[in-house]
Design a protein around this ligand. Structure first.
Ligand SMILES: Cc1cc2nc3c(=O)[nH]c(=O)nc-3n(C[C@H](O)[C@H](O)[C@H](O)COP(=O)(O)OP(=O)(O)OC[C@H]3O[C@@H](n4cnc5c(N)ncnc54)[C@H](O)[C@@H]3O)c2cc1C
Length: 295
């Protein structure tokens, strides 16, 4: 299935490489994958005057945010997708597409189901004051999940991340999150209560597997940015409500987005330069080779 305009690869390929390197404007760029990264990349290449060709192997836009409609017309999604306030680039993309109103912002709270008391919830409420004070107030204000000694140990543990920022956060890559908690004398119970959920949400793995860099990066953004931990949900299914406007922005400017077009092989010339991109070969289609200036 083709969503874009017709191909002009052969014409471009006829332009000598040296000319395209000297005058790199309007490069044709092949992008594998119509997930959010591939589509956003294509949109920004259009903004910069280039012509992206997005090749998606599946028959649906969105990659991990793909969704499908059942016979009753209901949508089912890969999972719940949260957009955090800290996602500056993603919010910028929504603004540029003029679809900011599709993000439905929730009150600034993190609410945890309490394992030992199903149906009851523990809240971290962020007051409307600047960071990091709103995050500190949210942590200090929660008495269900964290005792006072735990809050103090946790706050002390986060001070280097707040003061030294990303270099410290990256140094911590040598520890799993469970190890980081142990180093800071924070009991494993806090892991069970708070961080199993957070580690799984971040990377689908447990706190003893996830690098503490991943968790600290998120926590640090939440602490440094007043609205960093604020959450929004899209007002509908991502392929239609988010991916399609990106596709429209791409195709309106001559870019292309092809579904059912898996990139099979980057074909090389004898000298190692790229001769073409072999795609397709599924659902009864012949496989074909296209040209582009870059991938
Ligand atoms: C259940 C679930 C819940 C999530 N919840 C959240 C959340 O709440 N908040 C959050 O920020 N993130 C969340 N994520 C993560 C987020 O969805 C992903 O990080 C993001 O969508 C990844 O986008 P991507 O474009 O990098 O990769 P992908 O979405 O994986 O896109 C890659 C695309 O490339 C295609 N592809 C691969 N190989 C080829 C090839 N050779 N040729 C052509 N196409 C190819 C794939 O089919 C796919 O469409 C969640 C993910 C899942 C699965």
């Amino acid at each position: 299935m083709t969503l874009g305009t017709g191909a002009r690869f052969e014409v471009r390929a006829a332009i000598p490489l040296w000319l395209r390197l000297v005058f790199p404007l309007d490069m044709r760029v092949a992008i594998a994958g119509a997930g959010l990264a591939g589509l956003a990349c294509a949109k920004y290449l259009c903004d910069a005057g280039h012509t992206p060709i997005v090749l998606e192997g599946r028959d649906v836009l969105g990659g991990k945010v793909a969704a499908w409609q059942d016979e009753d017309g209901d949508w089912y999604e890969t999972g719940l997708h949260i957009f955090f306030g800290a996602y500056r680039n993603m919010r910028q993309l929504f603004a540029e597409l003029n679809i900011e109103d599709r993000l439905q912002w929730k009150s600034h709270s993190m609410i945890f189901n309490q394992r030992e008391n199903p149906g009851s919830y523990s809240r971290f409420d962020f007051p409307d004051i600047p960071a990091p004070f709103n995050g500190v107030a949210a942590i200090l204000g929660n008495n269900d999940m964290l005792s006072w000694p735990e809050k103090i140990a946790f706050a002390k543990g986060l001070i280097p991340a707040m003061l030294r920022g990303q270099p410290y956060v990256e140094e911590c890559d040598r520890y799993s999150w469970t190890e980081w908690l142990r180093l800071h004398n924070i009991p494993e119970r806090v892991n069970d209560e708070v961080f199993i959920a957070m580690a799984k949400a971040l990377n689908f793995i447990d706190p003893d597997e996830i690098s503490s860099t991943v968790v600290l990066t998120a926590l640090n953004r939440f602490l440094q940015e007043s609205d960093g931990s604020k959450m929004a949900f899209l007002d509908g299914n991502p392929p239609q409500r988010l991916c399609q406007p990106i596709v429209d922005s791409i195709t309106a400017r001559g870019g292309e987005v092809h579904l059912d077009a898996p990139l099979r092989e980057i074909e090389l010339n004898a000298d190692g330069t790229v001769s073409g991109f072999r795609i397709g070969g599924i659902k009864g289609q012949e496989s074909r080779t296209i040209q582009a200036d870059a991938t």
